[in-house]
Structure formats: C-alpha cells, structure tokens
Write a protein that binds this ligand. Structure first.
Ligand SMILES: O=C(O)CCC(=O)C(=O)O
Length: 277
C-alpha cells in the first residue's frame, strides 16, 4: 500500500468502516429516506438554477463521520488517492480517489491505469442508496424542472428523451472522492465524461468552500457562488446537468473536527456513467 500524500494525514485517524450511512440513525431504509427527505424540506432548500438544488445541512453529523471514515479507507487503496495528472502536463491540486469506475481525464475505466493499474474499489450499495435518497430530497419527488429522463443506465444523454424523472431510477455507479487542502481549488468544468444525463449528487464535509455554479455554454458569467458547508448536499440534473462548475476557494479552518476531518474539505460526487462492463 502506498504512502498517503502530504495533506492526507489531516484527513484524520483511521477507524472501522461503516456498514451503512444511508439509513441515518439505523431505523431502516425507508425511515432513512423519509428522514432525509423531510430534513431537506425543513432545511433552507434552494434552487440555484433549474434542476440545481442546494440543501444545506442535509447530512447528519453521524453520517458525515461515517463518510469520513469510509473515505479515509478508500484513500488508502486498492487505488491510493492521488493528484490527477492532466493531458497538458498539469497536475490537479485536488486529490482524488474513485469507486466503481476510475476517472482520469477524460474517460472512465475499471482499472486505474494512470495510478497503479489496479481495479478500483466497488461502490457500496449503501452509498448508492444515499445517492438515491439525496436525489429524492433535492427534488422532493418532482421532475427536476422538466429534466430529460434517464430511464435506465443504458440511455445516454444523446438518446434520452424528455419525460418523467423518477429518483428511484437513480443508480449511481461511480463516486469521485476529492480532498481539498487549504490551497486546493478546481477550475470551471463540465462533468461530461458520463454517457448518462442522470443528476450528479455532491456531498461536502469539512471546511467550507465557494462552489461556483455556472451555465451550460461558457466557463464565465453568468454564475452563482454558493457557500458549501459541512453536511451540505448539492444536486445538479435536468437543464443544469452539464453546467460549468468549480471550486475557486476553500475556507481553511471553518470545518468542525467533530466530523473526524481535522482539516481540509472532502467532496463526494455520485454519478451514473451510463457505461457497461
Ligand atoms: O468539490 C466540489 O464541490 C466539486 C467537485 C467537482 O466539481 C467534480 O468532482 O467534478
């Protein structure tokens, strides 16, 4: 197993892996979903753009703690967390580890050919379930502003036809786990290596950040700067699925060590790749 990167140690101390974070306080899956949806109803849920929803404080502290533990374990292997190399020779300041499918610019593979050639860890069913709950909470059971439907993972953004969106059909098959130290940032980009237009679910833990959410045409204005704090959920789908977005700034020292994260920011995005094999 390789040595963790500098900054990763501030990710916290090792602990046992959770079996589930999807059901909140352990009262069963349905109770967990209802609880998470109603938390979203009572929270200041805000639609940033059609199909792009910010739900502050959506994850409970226990869920954040469990996710930190799980992410720390995944960061160790089988594919260790690393700074992704870009085709232009640059290196991303964010450190990333993937589940289900490995992302490297600009494709998904099962093995991490740019790291150690090993197959990435599976995406656990509890994380799939959490993603499903997140989509239900963000959209409150409604079609995300006439979003294009994605009835099955085999439908691509090119073949999808508009229709009714059902959060239950949401079955993410990859997670990108990003760790930001105080200096890390992410430039404006589109998530467009997936062959599905299913929403992207984003969970934040640790330091606050400025999350810049833009438009589908250009990296520049108009955009909205959203403060993402620990426990926040952000879902973008429908007309916003291919909007440019990025993280221009992390606010060091603004997270609570109670999450298990001594410093930095953890972001987990769940996606449907639409890939097979
Ligand atoms: O860290 C974030 O909030 C955004 C992450 C992101 O844009 C990505 O992984 O593509």
């Amino acid at each position: 197993m390789s040595t963790p990167l500098p900054g990763f140690e501030s990710f916290g101390a090792p602990a046992a892996e959770p079996t589930s974070v999807g059901s909140g306080e352990g009262r069963g899956e349905q109770a967990g979903v209802e609880q998470a949806v109603s938390r979203a109803t009572s929270a200041a849920r805000r639609e940033i753009a059609p199909g792009a929803v910010h739900v502050p404080g959506w994850l409970s502290l226990a869920q954040q703690q469990a996710l930190v533990v799980a992410c720390r374990n995944w960061a160790r292997g089988p594919v260790p967390i690393r700074h992704t190399k870009l085709p232009n020779g640059g290196v991303m300041s964010v450190q990333t580890v993937c589940l289900g499918w490995h992302w490297q610019p600009y494709a998904y593979t099962r093995t991490a050919d740019d790291v150690n050639g090993v197959q990435v860890a599976e995406l656990p069913s509890w994380l799939v379930e959490l993603g499903r709950t997140a989509v239900a909470a963000a959209y409150q059971g409604r079609d995300p502003a006439t979003a294009a439907a994605h009835p099955s993972p085999t439908h691509t953004r090119d073949t999808c036809t508009p229709g009714t969106y059902t959060p239950l059909a949401y079955t993410p098959d990859t997670a990108l786990i990003n760790f930001y130290d105080a200096q890390a940032k992410m430039g404006m980009h589109q998530d467009k290596d997936e062959r599905s237009n299913a929403p992207v679910v984003s969970l934040s833990i640790g330091d606050r950040c400025v999350f810049r959410f833009g438009n589908t045409e250009t990296r520049t204005k108009p955009y909205t700067d959203v403060e993402l704090a620990s426990g926040d959920l952000f879902v973008f789908g429908g007309p916003s699925r291919f909007a440019y977005h990025g993280v221009p700034k992390v606010r060091p020292g603004t997270g609570s060590p109670a999450t298990g994260l001594a410093g930095g920011r953890l972001n987990i995005t769940l996606r449907m790749t639409g890939l097979r094999g």
